[in-house]
Ligand binder design. Sequence first.
Ligand SMILES: *Cc1c(COP(=O)(O)O)cnc(C)c1O
Length: 383
Amino acid sequence: MTPALAAALAERDAAGLYRRRRVVDGPGPHMRVDGRELVAFCSNDYLGLASHPEIAAACAAAAQRHGAGAGAAHLVCGHHALHEELEHALAAFTGRARALVFSTGYMANLGIGTALAGRGALVVEDRLNHASLIDASRAGGARVVRYAHGDAQAAAAKLAAEEARDRFVFTDGVFSMDGDVAPLAELADACRTHSATLVVDDAHGLGVLGATGRGSLEHCALSPADAPVLMGTLGKAFGVFGAFVAGPDEVIETLIQHARTYIYTTALPPALAAAALTALRISDDESWRRERVMELVTRFRGGAAARGIPLLDSPTPIQPLPVGSAPAALERARHLESRGFLVTAIRPPTVPEGTARLRVTLSAAHQDAEVDALLDALAEDVG
Ligand SMILES: *Cc1c(COP(=O)(O)O)cnc(C)c1O
């Protein structure tokens, strides 16, 4: 077995597809990487909350008081008062009847897929959905049909062509590697016409998009009834860790009864629930963070256009620069690192073959001058 593994790894490396972890130190976006100070433009900390002192203090105080871990699964004796309080806050934040906290977004999506879309159900989904949502659609045994990225008409056609009692459309709100927003209004229409339920994974929209940071649905002027099941994460714009599903009472109760990724796992540490509660409040109180990151999006896109740097068409803090081949993307990332910037090269299978890219992400914690310096480095010819 081992020689075969070694050969496969060597082949992967030769194709420029090998994944290597960087050891980082310090809160973003200014972190030490292998002893060098770099400005990171690749985290999902869009509002700069991951290093917010008040959130860290809330986490530390709750850990002192309640310990480091939950000690058990939610259905045994791990469902802490802080989880309960966080669920109420998330339901209020998203304007929904209930919310259920999961340990990660990956697990929340798998919970949705297995508990709601089982054998006999139909899931119609965007080709570029996040890996966890794609895994989720398959995990429950539903019939899965994919449509071309962002093509709501194709989604409607798939719904019209397929029989099933329970029908779902699964989509990212903001696509994690492209930064564009799903055509949610058109998808909601298609779901209404064909009696399907729209499920939105808003990992990258919540906290960032919309006048009040309620995410992709607010950005598209939609209400909870348009997308009855909403998944959100606490580890991106909110800067903490964990995730949740928000929706009607019967959806949440079904998840509690049947979602194996909720039932058979230790509850999120209560201290993280305390941190997330503080992060939710601060994301509302410090709305300047949302305005600031959007100001940087405008600055970055304007600066890129002025320098002739091609970008994907994205209105969000995810600003990908298409490169093409995986080795070329790695080369560009190495060049940026030599200029003091950490930007990860995103390669297949995270993105389709031939579409490797630099995924630049902006944060309210970045300075104007840092964004300008990154643009200058991106404009340099790497040969
Ligand atoms: C990050 C991400 C997830 C997974 O969330 P975690 O809490 O990190 O497991 C799910 N969906 C999308 C679109 C994501 O970007």
